[in-house]
Design a binder for this molecule. Structure first.
Ligand code: TYM
Length: 333
């Protein structure tokens, strides 16, 4: 008998424009997986509202994100691409999983601690139970792999714990997912504060590069990148965070090893490294920016992609939700 193809689910919150961090940490990996897995990728708009959003911006960014996913190489014929809020099963399974997720577990999530300290005026219940929604996203599709950056690893591990708990009570309902994290690029740091992750919530600080940024803006950001007081281009992510971050970005954008990069810049200064990385990133993002701008004008096409995506996703999601409802004892309609 033919083995069932393995499944993948991942997503990004449209709470800001897509960044170089999410491209290198997540999307770039997604594109490679389409031939071997059943892939589901979403615009995680339900997650985005855990932090207050301007409605018109959220709508615009969700569609722009879809255009950028496709421009990054995510073929909607090979991948199921959808908007999270279009598939109501996410919110429904989230409620069930909320009842199988412990207060203590949620309290230990570093992202919750971090976000609640930054948003002290809006520590809402959604921010707290966010990992249960993420577990619902993953478990609805019986995902085997979840391609994410390093910062989401803890949430995927909690998803496994919830699935193990649920399966322990009701039998094998959920596939146990594994995080799939790239060796290089799993944690792209801010260009201005290399101790911090590059983040879409810090877009004004100059430390963040977005996929749609102009070549001039990209070059400016790299030329201003914070490094250190030495001069040697050497990979040392503990003591030389800024330089190591530039090297990681360059390594992916120019497809070179750290050793090749160290040799290339032996005897040269940081200025040359910054220019080279900036130019490589400009070239990496140029076709994405151009294709995304073209697609954004094709409203009817984008609509057909997300409508078809939602329909396909809902079919898979409903199979899991039906099973879960039956197991917990809800009367069938
Ligand atoms: P989000 O929207 O913060 O980030 C989207 C993806 O990009 C990765 N990423 C990075 N990788 C490397 N360096 C960076 N500086 C960087 N910044 C972001 C993230 O690790 C992530 O993979 N909760 C998720 C979205 C989500 C999700 C899911 C993911 C909702 N449901 C189900 C996987 C499965 C989030 O906030 O990611």
């Amino acid at each position: 008998m033919e083995e069932k193809r393995k499944s993948i689910l991942s997503g990004i919150k449209p709470s800001g424009d897509l960044t170089l961090g999410s491209y290198l940490g997540a999307i770039k990996n997604w594109v490679k997986l389409a031939d071997d897995y059943d892939c589901y990728y979403m615009m995680a708009d339900l997650h985005a509202i855990t932090v207050r959003q301007e409605a018109s911006d959220l709508r615009r960014r969700t569609l722009a994100q879809l255009a950028q996913y496709i421009a990054c190489g995510l073929d909607p014929k090979k991948n199921t691409v959808f908007i999270q809020s279009h598939v109501h099963q996410h919110a429904e399974l989230c409620w069930v999983l909320d009842c199988y997720t412990m207060f203590g577990e949620l309290s230990r999530m570093t992202q919750f601690k971090d976000k609640s300290s930054k948003n002290s005026e809006n520590i809402n219940a959604g921010l707290f139970t966010y990992p249960a929604l993420m577990a619902a996203d993953i478990l609805l599709y019986q995902a085997d792999l979840v391609p994410v950056g390093d910062d989401q690893k803890q949430h995927v591990e909690l998803t496994r714990d919830i699935a193990v708990r649920f399966n322990g009570i009701y039998g094998n309902v959920f596939t146990l997912p594994e995080p799939f994290i790239p060796k290089v690029g799993a944690r792209i740091m801010s260009l201005s504060v290399p101790e911090n992750k590059m983040s879409k919530s810090e877009q004004d600080s100059g430390g963040c590069v977005c996929l749609m940024d102009s070549p001039d803006d990209i070059m400016r950001a790299f030329k201003r990148a914070v490094t250190d007081s030495e001069t040697a281009v050497r990979y040392d992510p503990v003591n030389k965070k800024g330089v190591s971050n530039l090297m990681s970005i360059y390594s992916i954008a120019a497809d070179k090893t750290f050793e090749q990069i160290e040799n290339e810049f032996a005897g040269k200064g940081y200025g040359e490294l910054k220019t080279a990385v900036g130019e490589a990133v400009v070239e990496l993002l140029r076709p994405i920016r151009e294709e995304a701008s073209r697609l954004l004008a094709e409203k009817a096409y984008l609509q057909s992609v997300y409508r078809e995506g939602a329909q396909k996703a809902a079919g898979t999601a409903q199979r899991t939700l039906r099973k879960v409802y039956k197991k917990v004892g809800f009367v069938e309609r």
